[in-house]
Design a protein around this ligand. Structure first.
Ligand SMILES: C[S@@+](CC[C@H](N)C(=O)[O-])C[C@H]1O[C@@H](n2cnc3c(N)ncnc32)[C@H](O)[C@@H]1O
Length: 329
């Protein structure tokens, strides 16, 4: 039987972190099973050799590692049989969104630490392994094996790139959008409204073949400049209107895009709903049958020939919510 791994999901946006984690498992493993889910977490079983591949691409999971089981604040006796890897350890606690606020977390840490220290030494400053205690619908313990590198993602934020335009998804959400399509490493990902390249940068960083187009030549050149800056390459690019992608870029494995919202991005005078309707016609022509498109829009839309699998909401500020559509061709 495969080991079980705990995923500590981001609380930032409601269903997206769980959906992203599942799609990453679809893309990176040969088989997996979601064992349970709850507030801010997922437990899934799969072969450990796939863990690194999942960790390398996932964005809306804070940390993950080998699951050591579920306990209650009053009963941690089951921990007697848990064997940690060799070396010292420390137990570190987190509450998900203020849950279990009446539980004395420090007291619980001491009790759990006491049980685990029968076989391993405690080292609070520089432990060899960190045992995470996630307090939510139960007390979940796991061995922290991967922590998502938020610093790296921050460094690729729009203001850090040489070619700059204020409208761009945060790299974390660009990654999540790509992951929601379930595209495999090595697959070809097109962004037909590439702008400054926020999405194709992440696609290339994640090991996909990144293809970019935009009707504004300045954007296509700027996108390449940004790719160069990070030592990345576009597999293909072109200055074309959204209506031309079916002919120029057929058989894409995924299309991930953030079309104009109408405010500060240029549309050449075209009404945004008209652009979305045209995108809805050309995206399925450019995408392989059965493949997915991830499209971020300010409101919900339907594309006539594609199946809308889901819409995930990301609150931006005030009344602005981004709608992450996942369509299947
Ligand atoms: C919201 S921006 C994309 C932001 C991008 N994700 C980034 O990281 O910078 C939308 C882009 O759509 C382009 N665009 C607008 N109308 C278009 C059309 N009809 N065909 C292709 N591109 C278009 C604009 O030039 C702009 O670069």
């Amino acid at each position: 039987m495969s080991p079980q791994f705990f995923f500590e999901l981001s609380g930032e946006s409601k269903d997206m972190p769980l959906a992203e984690a599942v799609r990453c498992l679809e893309a990176e493993t040969d088989s997996f099973e979601v064992v349970k889910t709850g507030p801010g977490y997922m437990v899934a079983s799969f072969d450990e050799r796939f863990l690194q591949g999942v960790a390398d691409r996932i964005a809306l999971t804070h940390s993950m590692g080998l699951y050591l089981g579920e306990y209650t604040p009053d009963d941690t006796s089951g921990l007697e049989s848990v064997v940690l890897p060799q070396g010292s350890f420390a137990v570190r606690a987190k509450r998900f969104e203020g849950m279990m606020k009446d539980v004395d977390s420090q007291g619980l840490i001491r009790r759990i630490g006491g049980i685990l220290s029968k076989h391993n030494d405690v080292n609070l400053r520089e432990p060899d392994v960190v045992v995470r205690m996630q307090m939510c619908d139960a007390v979940h313990l796991y061995l922290e094996q991967h922590v998502t590198d938020t610093d790296l993602l921050e460094k690729r934020k729009v203001g850090e790139r040489p070619f700059f335009s204020p409208i761009s998804l945060h790299p974390k959400y660009a990654r999540a959008l790509i992951n929601l399509t379930g595209v495999k490493r090595g697959g070809t990902v097109l962004d037909p409204f590439c702008g400054t390249g926020g999405i194709v940068i992440e696609a290339a960083e994640m090991g996909m073949r990144a293809v970019a187009s935009d009707f504004d030549e300045e954007m296509v050149i700027g996108c390449q400049e940004n790719m160069d800056f990070y030592g990345l390459e576009l597999a293909d690019f072109e200055t074309i209107d959204i209506g031309e992608i079916g002919e120029r870029f057929p058989e894409m494995d995924a299309i991930c895009t953030d079309p104009p919202y109408g405010r500060s991005t240029k549309t050449g005078g075209e009404n945004i709903d008209h652009i979305y309707a045209r995108a809805g016609e050309s995206i399925p022509q450019s995408l392989k049958k059965g493949a997915r498109a991830g499209v971020v829009l300010p409101h919900a839309v339907e594309f006539p020939t594609m199946t809308l699998e889901n819409i995930y909401l990301q609150k931006v500020h005030g009344s602005l919510s981004r709608h992450y559509h996942v369509f299947r061709n």
